[in-house]
Ligand binder design. Structure first.
Ligand SMILES: NC(=O)c1ccc[n+]([C@@H]2O[C@H](COP(=O)([O-])OP(=O)(O)OC[C@H]3O[C@@H](n4cnc5c(N)ncnc54)[C@H](OP(=O)(O)O)[C@@H]3O)[C@@H](O)[C@H]2O)c1
Length: 390
């Protein structure tokens, strides 16, 4: 049976990569719904190539422009606009699986809608788990569908745990392993003078600069810990982080009663998307998905958690519960933006996050509206601190 796939965030790097894989396997997959935010031109090109039954642009004011562009290209499909249209489409009979690959908190609503409707949810959107993990778990139970993570590290852990059935979350210890980014091994004194120019050449999209800073501050691991907690039901005190210079290992799973920990290898985003689309089967890809490593990898290093405080702050947010993940995520984004603009020292990123977590004690996670308000409140609080510091 050909699986009909809705791709939300079709024009992004994860979405367009997924569409390439879908196109390589026409007997197995068909892109039936394509959605993007504002990039009418890129969405129209993708619709011309993939011929979905429905194309949606989240910015409703661009719906007519998309319709005109598709008509000019001879593409006959339904056209819709607005966030509500995306949520409706992913829950409708137009698709079997949903790739949730839009960026930001706007990605939460489609993920929740797909989960509630019992779709197979292939989740890339980081915010869905970091800020709305509780809601998403409830929606999955309600809909009875399945969640397959697309993030390379989380997908590799997912495969590993799925192959060790029965999964015993009780007593399971998960260690996420990162490369440490550009500042691995730097002392506090050296980081005093770290600026945006040390992060690497300016990437074409602002989101990618955020990813680089998150790798350098170890916040990529911090956000990964929160995601892993919600995905695999591992409590905060059984989540750890490690560094490994050669990046061979991305995760370590220790199970009670098993002699040796399982070390999980690298999986790049394109591979994890293909592996997730085919799950539980496999598809031909340039490289096969990772298996537990056979050889002993290079030495692991414990991160200097007093200098690189972001993973500890993420665990602090997890332990605090409620919407602390939303506060952490929002504060981090504003602080990183200020760092990239040259107006905040690197080490102060963690200070601002800590301050936001203290100023805004956690509240229960109720719905997307309250999460969005808390996200806004946290961003404003951090911007206020930044303004006052000037
Ligand atoms: N890239 C990776 O390697 C990677 C790995 C793990 C996890 N992730 C996560 O996966 C998500 C997507 O990452 P990405 O790198 O593919 O991002 P990206 O390249 O920036 O693309 C974002 C996509 O989301 C769409 N979008 C943005 N706002 C939207 C809205 N309000 N409604 C509907 N669509 C919207 C964009 O549409 P327009 O083009 O029209 O703006 C674009 O298609 C992020 O949450 C990211 O953290 C990414």
């Amino acid at each position: 049976m050909t699986r009909r796939i809705a791709v939300v965030g079709a024009t992004g790097s994860i979405g367009s990569g997924a569409l390439q894989i879908i196109a390589q396997h026409p007997g197995r997959f068909r892109a039936s719904v394509l959605a993007a935010h504002r990039n009418v031109e890129a969405l129209a090109v993708l619709c011309t190539r993939h011929r979905p039954v429905l194309a949606i642009i989240a910015d409703k004011t661009l719906e007519a422009a998309l319709a005109r562009r598709l008509a000019a290209a001879g593409v006959r499909c339904e056209v819709a606009g607005g966030a509500e249209a995306i949520a409706q489409a992913v829950a409708s009979g137009a698709c079997d699986d949903v790739i949730a690959a839009s960026s930001g908190i706007a990605g939460i609503a489609p993920a929740l809608a797909a989960a509630r409707a019992g779709k197979r949810l292939l989740l890339a959107n980081t915010e869905s788990m970091v800020t709305a993990g509780v809601l998403l778990r409830q929606a999955l139970i309600q809909g009875g569908g399945q969640l397959i993570p697309l993030d390379g590290r989380q997908h590799a852990i997912f495969r590993c745990l799925s192959s060790c059935r029965p999964v015993q979350a009780d007593g399971l210890t998960l260690t996420l392993v990162g490369s440490g980014g550009v500042f691995r091994g730097c002392s506090r004194a050296q980081l005093m003078t770290a600026g945006p120019e040390h992060i690497g050449p300016s990437p074409p999209y602002p989101g990618k600069a955020l990813d680089r800073v998150n790798a350098a501050s170890l916040m990529d691991l911090g956000l990964g810990l929160i995601q892993a907690h919600h995905l695999f039901a591992v409590p905060a005190d059984r989540l750890r982080v490690m560094l490994q210079a050669d990046g061979q290992v991305r995760g370590i799973v220790e199970r009670p009663g098993s002699e040796a920990p399982i070390q999980i290898g690298q999986l790049d985003p394109r591979q994890s998307v293909g592996a997730a689309l085919a799950w539980p089967e496999r598809i031909d890809q340039a490289q096969s998905p990772p298996e537990p490593l056979q050889a002993t990898p290079a030495a692991f290093e414990k991160p200097d958690v007093k200098t690189f405080r972001c993973p500890s702050l993420a665990l602090q947010a997890l332990r605090a519960g409620g919407d602390a993940g939303t506060i952490l995520n929002a504060a981090n984004e504003v602080a990183v933006t200020a760092f990239l603009a040259g107006s905040l020292p690197f080490l102060s990123i963690a200070d601002l996050i800590e301050q936001a977590l203290m100023e805004l004690p956690p509240q229960p996670v109720v719905d997307i509206q309250t999460l969005s308000e808390r996200d806004r409140t946290a961003r404003e609080a951090v911007r206020r601190v930044l303004r006052n510091a000037c």
